[in-house]
Write a protein that binds this ligand. Structure first.
Ligand code: ATP
Length: 445
C-alpha cells in the first residue's frame, strides 16, 4: 500500500503532463502539490516541505537541475525523482551525480511511477518496509504448484543468510519475491535497498554500489554512501544482475565473499553485513559460457536459486491474480469493477502474456479505467493484448527495445551514433542486440 499521507511535489511546466502525473498519484491517495516552475515549487512548499519531489528535467525557464541543487541544499534527505526524455538521458545521469535519486523515462508509465514513488518513500523510512503489504509472503498470489514451491523456497531462503538468485522473465514477480524474502527474514526491520543494473549507466555502477569519497572524480562534490552501505544490516536486492559490468565483477565478488566494500577514491575498506538477493531475466549460465559473466561470481550468487516460470506456464494462477488485482483497484471507487465474464476469463487464461503478471495487471487496470459497466466483458479487452510482443506501456525492456530500435533506424543502423544519442555505451547496445537475436537486427535494416 502506498504511504497515504506522503506529500509529493510535482514540478512540470506542461499542463497535461503535470495533470496526468498528479492524477495517478492522487488516485493512490498521495497528497500532491503541483507546481509549474521551480520558483512556484519552492513557494508552495515553504511551510510543509515535501516527502518526495518529482521534477521534469527540461523546464522552460529554469532547469530541473537548478531546482535539484537548491532543493538538496535545503532538504538533502528528500528523495528527488527526475522525469526525462530519452534524448536527455545523459543530463539525467549527470543529475544523479549531483544527488538526484533516480529518473523515469517519458512517456511515464503509471505503474512504474507508482513503484518508484513507493520505493523512494520506503527508502526514506526504511523501518516501514517490513510491514508493507507488498512485502509480505501473502502478497504472492497464485495456486499453481510452481507458486507453492516458490513460497516454500522463500521461507527457506528467509531463514538463512545465503545469497539468493531469482530467475524469471520480466514481470514474473522477481522483485516481489525479493521483498518477501527480506520481509520474512530476521533482517525485516532493517533496510531493503533496491538497485536495477539495467537502469544504471555503466560509468555510475561503481559509485552507486560502493560509494565514493569527496573529490574521487571531478563532479564528486560530496561524498556518497553506496547502496551496500545503505543496506548494512539489511538486504540489498540487485535486479538484472546479468547487466553487471564484467570489469566490476571482482569488486562485487569481494563484497559477497568478505563483506568488504571499497568506496571510489577512498583508501579504507568498509565492513558491511548485507544479505544479497540478485535477480536476472537473462540466462546467467549462458552469459558465463559466453564469457560475459564470471563463473566464480555466478556460483557465489546461485547459492539458493528461485525460478519463476512465465505466466503462460502457470495459467491456473490467472484467475486468482485477476481477482486479486480487481480487489486492489476497487480501493479506488473510480476503478471499482465486480468481476469478469466467464468468456473474458477464458480468453485471459489463454493469452500468451509475454509481459507476464505486470502485463496482466496493466491490462486489467486499463480495462477498469475504460469500462462503463460493473463487469468486464470480452469487448473491454484491448486489441493489442493478443499480440505476441509486450506493449511498451507495461514493460521496461520493451520500452527500451523500441527506443533502441527506433534510434538505430534514425541513424541508419549506425551503432556508435545510436548509442551516443541514447546515452548508453556501444557495448550495452551490442549486448542488447545480441540478446534479441538476428530477427531484431533485420528489423533495423
Ligand atoms: N504472484 C504475484 N501475486 C501478485 N502480484 C504479483 C505476483 N507476481 C508479480 N506481481 C505483480 O506484478 C508486477 C511485476 O512484478 P515484479 O516487479 O516483481 O516483476 P519482476 O520480475 O521484478 O519484473 P522486472 O524483471 O521487469 O523488474 C508487480 O506489480 C507485482 O506486484
Amino acid at each position: 500500500m502506498p504511504e497515504q499521507a506522503s506529500r509529493i511535489l510535482i514540478v512540470e511546466d506542461d499542463d497535461s503532463e503535470r495533470d496526468a502525473l498528479a492524477r495517478v498519484l492522487r488516485l493512490e491517495r498521495y497528497q500532491v502539490i503541483a507546481a509549474r516552475s521551480p520558483a512556484e515549487a519552492l513557494e508552495l512548499t515553504v511551510d510543509g516541505g515535501a516527502d518526495l519531489v518529482i521534477s521534469d528535467l527540461c523546464l522552460r525557464r529554469e532547469s530541473g537541475i537548478d531546482l535539484l541543487r537548491r532543493w538538496k541544499s535545503r532538504s538533502p534527505q528528500t528523495p528527488f525523482l527526475l522525469v526525462t526524455a530519452f534524448g536527455t538521458i545523459q543530463t539525467a545521469v549527470d543529475a544523479i551525480k549531483l544527488g538526484a535519486d533516480d529518473f523515469l523515462l517519458k512517456p511515464v508509465d503509471p505503474v512504474q511511477l507508482l513503484e518508484q514513488v513507493q520505493r523512494l518513500l520506503q527508502r526514506r523510512k526504511p523501518c516501514s518496509l517490513a510491514t508493507g503489504d507488498t512485502a509480505s509472503l501473502a502478497a504472492i498470489v497464485g495456486k499453481s504448484s510452481a507458486v507453492n514451491a516458490i513460497r516454500q523456497n522463500i521461507r527457506r531462503a528467509a531463514a538463512t543468510n545465503s545469497t539468493v538468485l531469482i530467475m524469471g522473465e520480466s514481470g514474473t514477480g522477481k522483485e516481489l519475491v525479493a521483498r518477501a524474502i527480506h520481509a520474512s527474514s530476521p533482517r525485516a526491520s532493517e533496510p531493503l535497498v533496491v538497485i536495477n543494473m539495467a537502469a544504471v549507466p555503466e560509468t555510475l555502477v561503481e559509485s552507486e554500489l560502493f560509494g565514493h569519497s569527496k573529490g574521487a572524480f571531478t563532479s564528486a562534490v560530496q561524498p556518497r554512501i553506496g547502496r551496500f552501505e545503505q543496506a548494512n544490516q539489511g538486504t540489498l536486492f540487485i535486479d538484472e544482475i546479468g547487466d553487471f559490468p564484467l570489469h566490476m565483477q571482482p569488486k562485487l565478488l569481494r563484497v559477497v565473499e568478505d563483506g568488504l566494500v571499497s568506496p571510489l577514491g577512498s583508501e579504507n575498506d568498509i565492513q558491511v553485513d548485507v544479505r544479497l538477493v540478485a535477480a536476472t531475466s537473462r540466462p546467467l549460465a549462458k552469459l558465463v559460457r559466453a564469457g560475459e559473466f564470471r563463473e566464480d561470481l555466478y556460483y557465489r550468487l546461485n547459492v539458493i536459486a528461485i525460478d519463476l516460470p512465465p505466466l503462460r506456464q502457470r495459467r491456473e494462477d490467472i484467475a486468482p491474480l485477476v481477482e486479486h488485482f480487481l480487489q486492489q483497484f476497487a480501493v479506488n471507487p473510480a476503478l471499482e469493477v465486480r468481476g469478469v465474464t466467464p468468456e473474458l476469463m477464458q480468453r485471459l487464461e489463454s493469452l500468451p502474456w509475454p509481459g507476464n503478471i505486470r502485463q496482466l495487471r496493466n491490462c486489467l487496470e486499463r480495462m477498469c479505467v475504460m469500462t462503463s459497466t460493473s463487469e468486464l466483458t470480452l469487448s473491454d479487452l484491448p486489441n493489442e493484448v493478443g499480440e505476441d510482443e509486450p506493449t511498451a506501456t507495461g514493460d521496461l525492456r520493451a520500452l527500451e527495445r523500441s527506443a533502441i530500435l527506433d534510434t538505430l533506424r534514425r541513424h541508419d543502423g549506425n551503432r556508435t551514433r545510436a548509442a551516443e544519442a541514447l546515452g548508453i555505451s556501444v557495448r550495452t547496445l551490442q549486448r542488447r542486440l545480441r540478446d534479441w537475436g538476428d530477427v531484431e537486427q533485420q528489423q533495423i535494416e
